[in-house]
Write a new protein. Sequence first.
Length: 196
Amino acid sequence: MVNGAPDRAARIIAFLNTRDVDLGGDALATREGLHAWLREERGYQGPPPSLRQMGAASRLREALRELLARHGAAEAAPAVPADALNAWLAKFPVRFAAAPDGAFEVLPPGSDIVQALAGIAADAVLCQGSPAWLRIKVCQNPDCRWAYYDRSHSATQKWCSMAGCGNRLKARRHRRRKALASGRVMPPDSEAPAEN
């Protein structure tokens, strides 16, 4: 579990966090990195990915990040381009099986990277039917974008960490308000999203 997240939600969060916007790291940026991640996290046993498959993995990750960034967004989020997303998801064939406890599970990914990526997409589809789906969020600090599981009682958390991103953005807004009150103009990079 990732910070108390149910298994499917934790797997989605782990996939999104293969890219660290703040530090500039990306576990999927190399063939070896994607191969190792799929082996460790998804049980993939096949050959290393092609460049095309690497691109597919990155595009799937960022499409999921954009979709999940809508959860708890400060402003009304633009509509998801459903036709484009549906065309994208159609590339990931997936099969399901009933488990002994009656729950449906995605079949093991086998040896095909496309099937392993389909398992990630299937986790998102299956998670949507649970209360956990709306608690998977993306930090609203544009310099961070870390995925996290919102365990707050009201499910209204906006940042991955109040001590980190939350305090930084509140401090920026405070400096901006002070500067505006005194007639000074702050540079654009010190602007922060509006607080709800």
